[in-house]
Ligand binder design. Structure first.
Ligand code: NAD
Length: 380
């Protein structure tokens, strides 16, 4: 039985803790939780008398001595809390994003590497959507041929001013380290890099639209890969919004809308279609050349509705800790660096008004973020 602790038992951490208490994660026992907000900690303690409750993180680690820790606090604290646990050989599952800056993430990853006895994982729950896993297999099998273009529209994370007015750390450079990119879209940016790899350069424009916040809630970015480009569009202020990933290869097109994927495979590579063509234009050849396949992820959708998609990652994590086998993880902690690199690059490109290289210069990003935080103080 793996003895688990959770630090930060707000909206997400509270759900993780409750899933452990409900027995939704086999072979795991929640032994302790910690939250610096005494009222939150007390409320949890009243509901779950068998779990030790702390407001002091160090005390929790030394008293409760958990085997594994889930970090579900605001972003800036992820690194320090995770490092303290890893240094004691405690396995860590960190909520997304890994941290706020590439430099901080690199330092956390170094700590994890220095403690191979501990499992280090990240909560990229969207990787458990079987449609994305299917897409990965299709791309890796070469069935789409040479990748030619992609686009990802993520405008379905609708957030109202009421949400932002709840206050706290959200949608500020000082509290959260960004807006829609680091909070919501980190999931899709991880999926994108998981499926297509990392872009070499990024050019982006970020805006704040229709909300009284200091960070971005509207993003248009172009990701430049070696042989193809990807347009990434995201917002949290439009309705109804959509979530659509389109990947075009020389042998087919894959369109994913959340739990459904439509693949139109060509019967031959487009180069061959072109070589054989005896007419000047005409996608009327479509039917002759294409074969359509549909995939649905409904089974996963229904199971996820019960405990939340995040519970899949909790289960993987506990399994990996129990078997001491990091290959059982859907996302290793260090993989958190990729989406963060993309996010830092989008921000940097928007701030500088020019194309930037990926990976970003970590020191330059730290400096620019510090300036953002300073100028935010003047607005507030
Ligand atoms: N995977 C997902 O789908 C998902 C969804 C929502 C949030 N999250 C992530 O979960 C994390 C927490 O988000 P949330 O929405 O639950 O925030 P929240 O504000 O509701 O909860 C955070 C809790 O952490 C506590 N806290 C803050 N600093 C602390 C510290 N140093 N030590 C102990 N407790 C501390 C706060 O008192 C609060 O109760 C963030 O990283 C967020 O991005 C992930």
């Amino acid at each position: 039985m793996i003895r688990v602790a959770v630090v930060g038992i707000g909206r997400m951490g509270g759900k993780h803790a409750s899933n452990f208490c409900k027995g939704a994660v086999a072979n795991a026992k929640l032994v302790a939780v910690c939250d610096t907000d005494a009222a939150v900690a007390d409320a949890f303690g009243k509901k779950h008398a068998h779990v030790a409750v702390y407001t002091d993180f160090d005390k929790m680690l030394s008293d409760a001595k958990p085997d594994a820790l889930v970090v579900a606090t605001p972003h800036y604290s992820h690194s320090a809390l995770a490092k303290k646990a890893l240094e004691k050989g405690i396995s860590v599952l960190v909520e997304k994003p890994i941290t706020v800056t590439v430099k901080d993430a690199q330092s956390l990853i170094e700590t994890a590497k220095a403690h191979p006895e501990a499992i280090f994982a990240i909560m990229y729950n969207q990787r458990s959507n079987c449609i994305y896993a299917r897409a990965k297999k299709i791309i890796e099998s070469g069935r789409l041929g040479d990748l030619q273009r992609a686009s990802f529209t993520v405008t379905d994370w609708y957030r109202t001013q009421y949400y932002y007015n709840m206050g706290g750390w959200r949608a500020s450079w000082s509290g959260e380290g960004g807006g829609t990119l680091i909070n919501q879209c980190v999931h899709q940016l991880d999926i994108l890099q998981w499926l297509l790899g990392m872009p070499e350069r990024i050019v982006a424009r970020c805006k704040t639209s229709g909300r009284n916040i200091t960070t971005e809630n509207d993003v248009t970015a172009l990701f430049l890969y070696k042989d193809f480009d990807c347009v990434f569009t995201a917002s949290t202020h439009e309705l109804p919004g959509e979530n659509r990933l389109v990947i075009v290869g020389s042998k087919g097109t894959l369109t994913i809308t959340r739990h459904k994927a439509v693949c139109k495979f060509l019967r031959m590579d487009e180069k061959e279609v072109n070589a054989r063509a005896t007419r000047d234009y005409g996608n009327r050849a479509d039917k002759k050349y294409t074969k359509k396949s549909m995939y649905y992820g409904l089974k996963g959708y229904l199971t996820d509705a019960l405990y939340g998609q995040q519970c899949n990652i909790l289960r993987d994590f506990v399994n990996a800790v129990e078997k001491k086998d990091r290959t059982l993880l859907r996302a290793r902690g260090e993989e958190g660096l990729n989406a963060l690199n993309i996010i830092n690059a989008i921000n940097m490109s928007a701030w500088k008004g020019c194309e930037v290289k990926v990976p970003v210069d970590p020191d330059e990003y730290e400096k620019m973020l510090a300036e953002k935080i300073e100028s935010e103080k003047k607005i507030k």
